[in-house]
Design a protein around this ligand. Structure first.
Ligand code: SAM
Length: 234
């Protein structure tokens, strides 16, 4: 029996229609607010010449933003064929095909075949994957300098929304489930892998967090934007 992650049909939920709609929204309006915040934190820390690994890159928004900001190269890994093909088409249309690589599949399974990157991003991906520990471990192992995430706050309304949403997904015979994973344990696991939080913003639904390996953490605490409820890294 394969683990839950491998039974999820990402193609069924992240399909061609959704991909076309998301790509069109991005072309017209730019990135979502949380994505913009993540990208701003990464570019603020310096992305010029960096290699980027965008896990669950969707239609390629983070990848396009970081390539536009001067990243040297992008590897986009996605478990949805439609999203990956759309990301490839969009990035090719912008003239960056030679700086981008696209890999289809579950990042956790593909991880041993992928090179590490300076910057690793997971924008609304942790909530799509049942085995958060495996996903976080493979991500930290691939991040040389920075790890950026957008993922759900673990508050009661999110857990209630996930239960209701997952009942609907089951009724529509979708194998996909939305997960609200434990924030404090995710943060501790990333810390144990050698990262410190550089920026954190917590909204009602999503939180945006940028971690860096300590050698790259500048001592400019004025630019830190940390949640007061969580311990400030030293
Ligand atoms: C909610 S979408 C977010 C897409 C994009 N990052 C964004 O914020 O617009 C989640 C994406 O992650 C992909 N995904 C989820 N788990 C994955 C995994 N383990 N490996 C690769 N892709 C994954 C899905 O196929 C989907 O394209």
């Amino acid at each position: 029996m394969p683990p839950d992650c491998c039974r999820t049909d990402y193609d069924a939920i992240f399909d061609d229609r959704m991909a076309r709609r998301e790509a069109s929204t991005y072309r017209r309006h730019g990135p979502r607010a949380d994505t913009r915040r993540l990208v701003g934190a990464i570019t603020g820390a310096g992305v010029e010449g960096a290699t980027v690994l965008d896990i669950g890159g969707g239609v390629g928004v983070v990848g396009q933003e970081l390539l536009a900001a001067g990243a040297a190269s992008l590897t986009d890994v996605d478990a949805s064929r439609a999203y990956l093909a759309t990301a490839q088409a969009e990035i090719t249309a912008r003239g960056w095909a030679d700086r981008a690589t696209f890999r289809f599949g579950d990042f956790v399974a593909l991880a041993p075949t992928l090179d590490p990157a300076d910057v690793v991003t997971l924008d609304r991906v942790v909530c799509c994957y049942p085995d958060w520990e495996a996903l976080i471990d493979a991500s930290t192992a691939h991040a040389r300098r920075m790890l950026g995430l957008v993922y759900p706050v673990d508050r009661w309304w999110m857990r209630a929304g996930a239960v209701i949403g997952n009942v609907a997904l089951r009724l529509f015979r979708q194998s996909f489930r939305f997960h609200v994973h434990p924030v404090a344990r995710i943060d501790a696991r990333i810390g144990a892998a050698g990262f410190v939080r550089r920026m954190q913003h917590r909204g009602l639904v999503w939180q945006v967090v940028l971690y860096e390996r300590p050698n790259d953490v500048q001592r400019d605490t004025a630019s830190l934007e940390l949640d007061p409820l969580l311990p400030v890294p030293r």
